[in-house]
Design a protein around this ligand. Structure first.
Ligand SMILES: [Zn+2]
Length: 450
């Protein structure tokens, strides 16, 4: 394991990305009928193969990717040097799921029907929230000292780009193709349906060729709200997921190693800027200090079998099979590390398009007057505080004992109504006061810590 100590979060292995070293061999494993393909032949993640195409379209893209990595490094170094705890705002990301199918009857659900049911889609959203919130009592929970709650939540969009009510699910019959390639078909899928990627996380669910489970477009430093000429990358910004691995143990989900919805957890990790822990090279750089270095991990594992890398020269570095960004089966996974969480949250601040997705998602409705809700109450773990206010304001959330002593203070600058997490770990059981103050208003609530 890597010793963290005083080490910066981002000073690990600076060998750079070997972007073009993706496993082209995988492209030779095409099968006519993917449904009958054994799990051992799937291509776990198409990100690096797709990245080659993106860089061919835009020769400046590699520089833009590296620039974002540098910006993240600087941002996290500054946070560390200021000893600022990251503000515990919960980012909420609206998802639109576009189901693109070749089923002329437009029937929804059923055996091997790409036009998957709403229930299957909802099961996937639930998995995302369990995994990104490290939710106790679910598959996404862990007690690892390096594991962390990403404090990122997902929901199906409630308003379409015209402001009309929506289920956050769109369905499209496309007669000309029954399956899509990971190469240039991202453009085709975007032509079939696309919602602005600075307001939504677009996920296209369809049948993917060549046994790929999914792929995603990485954010870069120069992602603008309107994309970049000549080939605008905003139109293809999102994840494309095979219908056989979208959702958990329901509907068309039929791959025994990939039944638990972790393909999407992994792919959205890429959308939030995470790189495979082996840095797509042997003992390579993933720009995260607390993920152990590992040898090339691009061969999908067939069981939760522990392996070790020789990145320390002694063959004794334990591979983090629990990590969502690795290639172990779904059942082995339950963890993002603190370093990965810091990186994803930095992307939500630094990348213009991602920052707009979370800022316009209006995490909570606004309110004419300051109102707060604290729950669960009584609290046996860190409770959430929903702070609703008018427009965008600066405010503090304080935790006081009954004698009025301030025990905790969290400060937020220029944010809309939002949900924050109030740390109560280490406090004696008893009654406390939660006090939220803006420039002009103060509201308090009692909180019972158990
Ligand atoms: Zn991947």
């Amino acid at each position: 394991m890597i010793k963290q100590g005083n080490k910066s979060l981002i000073t690990k292995k600076r060998t750079g990305w070997l972007w073009l070293a993706g496993s082209l061999i995988c492209l030779l494993t095409s099968a006519a009928n993917a449904q009958s393909t054994p799990d051992s032949l799937v291509n776990r993640c198409g990100v690096m193969d797709h990245e080659r195409i993106l860089q061919q379209r835009n020769p400046d893209r590699l520089r833009q990717l590296n620039e974002l990595n540098n910006q993240i490094d600087q941002y996290l170094e500054k946070q560390q040097s200021l000893r600022q705890p990251a503000a515990n705002v919960i980012y909420r990301i609206p998802i639109v799921v576009h189901v693109v199918h070749n089923n002329a009857s437009n029937t929804i659900g059923g055996v091997n029907n790409v036009n998957i049911s709403d229930a299957q889609i909802l099961s996937q959203i639930q998995v995302l929230n369990e995994d990104y919130r490290r939710l106790p009592g679910t598959n996404g929970y862990n007690t690892s000292p390096i594991g962390a709650d990403a404090q990122i939540e997902f929901y199906l969009a409630t308003a379409d780009p015209n402001g009309q009510p929506t289920t956050g699910i769109t369905r499209h019959y496309y007669a000309q193709k029954s399956s899509f390639s990971i190469f240039d078909d991202d453009l085709l899928l975007s032509q079939i349906v696309y919602w602005p990627s600075d307001r939504y996380l677009n996920i296209w669910v369809t049948s993917i060729q060549d046994n790929y489970l999914g792929y995603t477009q990485f954010p870069t430093a120069t992602d603008t709200l309107k994309g970049l000429p000549p080939r605008t990358n905003d139109l293809t910004d999102g994840s494309i997921i095979d219908y056989r691995v979208f959702g958990r143990q329901t509907g068309t989900v039929n791959r025994s190693l990939y039944l638990l919805g972790r393909t999407v957890t992994h792919e959205i990790g890429h959308w939030l800027g995470l790189i495979h822990p082996w840095g797509d090279a042997n003992c390579g750089n993933d720009y995260v200090a607390d993920t152990p270095p590992m040898a090339d991990g691009s061969t999908a594992q067939q069981s939760c079998r522990q392996t070790f890398s020789n990145c320390d020269g002694k063959g004794q570095v334990r591979d983090l099979m629990e990590n969502y960004m690795n290639y172990w089966p779904d059942a082995c996974m339950n963890m993002f590390t603190s370093g990965q969480v810091a990186r994803m949250r930095a992307v939500l601040v630094l990348n213009a398009r991602r920052a707009k997705v979370v800022s316009t998602s209006a995490s909570l409705p606004g309110s004419e007057n300051l109102t707060i809700a604290v729950y669960p109450n009584p609290a046996s773990s860190d409770p959430a505080v929903d702070v609703q206010l008018k427009g965008t304001q600066s405010f503090s959330v304080g935790l006081l004992d009954m004698a009025g002593r301030q025990l905790r203070t969290l400060s937020y600058t220029d944010v809309p109504s939002t949900r924050v997490i109030l740390p109560v770990t280490g406090l004696s059981p008893g009654l406390y006061i939660v006090r939220v103050k803006t420039g002009s208003e103060t509201v308090s609530k009692r909180l019972l810590v158990q």
